[in-house]
Design a binder for this molecule. Structure first.
Ligand SMILES: [Fe+2]
Ligand SMILES: [Fe+2]
Length: 162
């Protein structure tokens, strides 16, 4: 319908425009640790800070103009999340057991569901399915917002009364 002749600077602008939307689709903002995220246990807090670090690193790679970094961002983040989750979930569940946390069973299920989700995405990628970076960063962000900042906060009173 339209036959628009683009000059070089227009083409560059459109590439930037597409990149902008790709970034907007991928990432929100870097997350900074705040005391309000604390569950009252230094080791758990440090591990949660590590989660934020994985998110921020993935975010930075995904908005990078370096195509290699951009392309590896999702797979790298998944591998880091898997290793992190295996260690952190075991540590957290063990601590919850020692403090007789009353929602331990449901909390363990949240952890298992999340691991299942991560493993499925890794499996999909290895089977050749293209998984968008935006989907991966959203998975990390959702976990941060809905689990660390909500579910994990429930152990706070148990730590304080110990
Ligand atoms: Fe946690
Ligand atoms: Fe947890």
């Amino acid at each position: 319908m339209f036959n628009i002749q683009l000059n070089f600077s227009h083409k560059i602008s459109i590439i930037k425009y597409e990149k902008f939307f790709r970034i907007k689709g991928v990432a929100m903002a870097l997350i900074e640790w705040s005391e309000k995220y604390s569950v009252g246990n230094k080791q758990i807090d440090d591990q949660h800070k590590n989660w934020i670090k994985i998110y921020n690193t993935a975010h930075e790679k995904m908005i990078s103009s370096d195509e290699t970094l951009f392309r590896s961002a999702g797979a790298d983040a998944l591998q880091e999340m898997k290793a992190y989750a295996e260690y952190h979930f075991a540590f957290e569940e063990n601590l919850m057991e020692t403090m007789a946390f009353d929602e331990l069973d449901s909390h363990k299920r949240f952890h298992q569901d999340f691991m299942g989700k991560i493993e499925k995405i890794i499996w999909d990628i290895s089977a050749g399915t293209h998984v968008l970076n935006s989907e991966i960063i959203k998975t990390i962000e959702n976990w941060l917002m809905h689990h660390i900042l909500k579910e994990d906060q429930k152990i706070k009173p148990f730590i304080k009364t110990k």
